[in-house]
Design a protein around this ligand. Structure first.
Ligand code: FDA
Length: 302
């Protein structure tokens, strides 16, 4: 499939990324990005809540290279937590450590995270650290463990089933609220499974592993086959609906999201917002090139 590498390549293009910040939401991005301001995000979350869905918001950002940018990003996260609390919407926060300065200076990133997770704890909320490419995986887990010493219940992360290390990481993180995903980045065969069926099998295996350990599990996938298998497994094992949730991205499989919520499961929608939408949008197109129809519709409607 030639489109996947092309979109992944485009997602890293700094010139287009900079241009996109000035254009506003274009090329059909409105279908999958809630808007550019915190207020846009809160309106989108309220609409989801009205349909019985909960949410997690992410202020999208790419290529943070300076302390100032990292501090600005941290401030956005704090403002977002405040807005969630003030509006009373059912929503938590997702973020990426590179946005908060992980590649600039680890200590800066850690201090930013302490402030954000501390604020979340004060407001009774929760912070999910998205997992980025494998170069950041161990650093993310180390930082998570440090934060958990101070805030054991207010922070969690993501484990990617395509990594050979996934099962060991799930074992090490027993008791931690984890989001489990298949994995979105292009990783080499030395460290990651390449075959789709094998990734699916490992995905289901780590989901069962975390659920059986009694840990809270967020199953983040648009794959109805996996979702059905998880529902059956939990029913058979007597795992209560309060011990897990399903998650999907904003704008994807909306009908299925609502059906799952109506069945009494927690269905959380990942709501991205912000001017720095370009890289996020290209990665979504890489995952599912059929979504190019978003782009075409977006271009035709302007
Ligand atoms: P996949 O793309 O494997 O599709 C499987 C099947 O599901 C398809 O063949 C089709 O039948 C059906 N399907 C999928 N999408 C559909 C659609 N839009 N419409 C109709 N049918 C569809 N990754 C990462 O590396 N780090 C992270 O932190 C996160 N975080 C994250 C949060 C949330 C809420 C989600 C949903 C996903 C992530 N991911 C992620 C991305 C994840 O790793 C993965 O790349 C994508 O979810 C794509 O894989 P899926 O499991 O959704 O299905």
């Amino acid at each position: 499939m030639v489109l996947k590498p092309m979109f992944l390549y485009l997602s890293k293009n700094k010139v287009l990324n900079r241009g996109a910040k000035r254009w506003g939401l274009k090329m059909g991005a409105k279908q999958v990005i809630a808007g550019v301001t915190i207020n846009d995000a809160m309106i989108a979350v309220r609409e989801l809540n009205d349909k019985g869905l909960v949410a997690t918001v992410d202020h999208v950002g790419e290529f943070i290279t300076t302390r100032e940018e990292a501090l600005e990003s941290a401030d956005y996260c704090l403002q977002t937590l405040k807005a969630i609390s003030e509006t009373g919407v059912k929503c938590n926060l997702s973020l990426k450590l590179t946005q908060l300065g992980l590649d600039v200076e680890r200590e800066l990133c850690y201090q930013n995270m302490r402030k954000i997770v501390g604020k979340a704890e004060e407001l009774g909320n929760f912070v999910r650290i998205d997992m980025e490419d494998s170069a950041h995986c161990q650093q993310t887990l180390d930082l998570l463990n440090e934060l958990r010493e101070e805030f054991p219940h207010s922070v969690g992360t993501v484990i990617q089933a395509y990594l050979y290390r996934a099962s060991q990481d799930v074992t090490d993180l027993q008791g931690v609220n984890l989001r489990l995903v298949k994995g979105a980045y292009k990783e080499p065969s030395q460290i990651a499974i390449q075959d789709k069926k094998e990734i699916d099998d490992n995905y289901l295996a780590i989901i069962k592993q975390h659920l059986l350990s009694g840990s809270y599990t967020a199953i983040a996938t648009h794959d109805h086959m996996i979702i059905d298998k998880v529902k059956t497994f939990c029913a058979e094992e007597g795992i209560p609906k309060t011990q897990f949730e399903f998650q999907m991205l904003y704008g994807f499989r909306k009908e299925l999201q609502e059906t799952i919520a109506k069945e009494g499961y927690t269905m959380r929608v990942y709501v991205p917002y912000g001017t720095d939408w370009y890289g996020y949008y290209m990665r979504r197109l890489a995952e599912r090139p059929q979504n190019v129809s978003f782009v075409l519709r977006g271009l035709l409607s302007k």
